[in-house]
Design a protein around this ligand. Structure first.
Ligand SMILES: NC(=O)c1ccc[n+]([C@@H]2O[C@H](COP(=O)([O-])OP(=O)(O)OC[C@H]3O[C@@H](n4cnc5c(N)ncnc54)[C@H](OP(=O)(O)O)[C@@H]3O)[C@@H](O)[C@H]2O)c1
Length: 269
């Protein structure tokens, strides 16, 4: 009989897919959120209110849990995710020492973006926790690139990062690999998970304009600073893309809603 899997960030983009797939497989799932559920939200899921950053509600959240899928993130503060992970692993160590599956980002150990550095610190913290763990580094989700292009297309001229490529990946595909890893034994760090193509941001912008029927001149910009340079150098890329999941173009063809990523929420409010 399955014990309970706790999904942190179960109301988020990746976590939402993870929860849905696990419920579909008949696995007992508990979703952690800072808020109560909306009416009719998350059928088949046990809801647990708690706050990782404040360390609240975690003891209850971890009761009877043998696996944690850690998808919660709050891009509004640079160190917030590290504090949240610290509280989570401490609470997990006091509980039954469950397997923790963490979804990180490709290149976090070499890329200077503050959000990525916090992800890397979180990886190190989990590795040093003494808990059984699995870490999966994924590429940027299609939703993230879609959001960036949607924002850029609101201007009369569409700015994009020049000489910068992405290997964006479908969120449901990352969720399905995450679910698979959560059912197996802890494996430490597993192979990176990029999407099926390496595409320049300019090409992605062309595809976005074509499929949304918009007309904008595209303006590739060489932005100054270490972070844009790191993107130009491809420090966020895997050695090669990985075929077998939905392409960015097919994702756009299906007319996705614009999802605001956590890191952008502060300014979007
Ligand atoms: N987006 C990408 O392109 C990408 C690429 C590779 C890896 N990843 C990683 O994948 C993971 C999921 O990303 P995502 O984009 O799916 O995230 P998301 O949609 O922004 O979801 C964030 C989730 O975190 C929860 N959360 C935030 N602060 C919390 C706190 N203090 N206590 C409890 N829950 C909290 C939120 O729940 P409530 O608001 O309900 O409390 C929400 O469900 C992250 O670790 C991210 O770094 C993302």
């Amino acid at each position: 009989m399955h014990k309970i899997t706790l999904v942190t960030g179960g109301t988020g983009n990746l976590g939402g897919h993870v929860v849905t797939q696990m419920v579909g497989q008949g696995r007992p799932v508990r979703a952690l959120s800072r808020r109560p559920p909306a009416a009719g939200e998350a059928p088949g899921v046990e809801w647990c209110q708690g706050d990782l950053a404040a360390g609240e509600g975690l003891e209850r959240a971890l009761e009877g849990v043998d696996t944690i899928v850690h998808c919660a993130t709050d891009g509004r503060t640079r160190r917030g995710d590290v504090v949240a992970a610290q509280n989570l692993v401490e609470a997990a160590a006091r509980a039954d020492g469950p397997h923790i599956v963490f979804v990180s980002i490709i290149g976090v150990d070499r890329h200077p973006l503050g959000y990525y550095q916090a992800k890397y610190d979180t990886e190190l913290l989990i590795e040093a926790s003494g808990l059984p763990y699995t870490i999966l580094r994924a590429a940027q989700f299609h939703d993230m690139l879609h959001y960036a292009l949607h924002q850029a297309s609101r201007l009369p001229v569409m700015p994009v990062l020049a000489r910068t490529s992405f290997q964006s990946v479908d969120t449901a595909h990352v969720a399905s690999r995450t679910v698979e890893l959560s059912t197996g034994d802890p494996c430490g760090r597993v192979a990176d998970l990029p999407g099926p193509h390496t595409l320049t941001m300019t090409d992605m912008a062309r595809t976005y304009l074509r499929l949304t029927g918009r007309r904008r001149p595209i303006l590739p910009l060489v932005a100054p600073g270490s972070v844009p340079r790191a993107y130009r150098q491809g420090l966020h890329l895997a050695a090669a893309p990985q075929p077998g999941s939905r392409s960015f173009e097919d994702f756009l063809r299906e007319g996705p809603a614009v999802k605001v990523p956590a890191a952008a929420r502060k300014t979007a409010r």
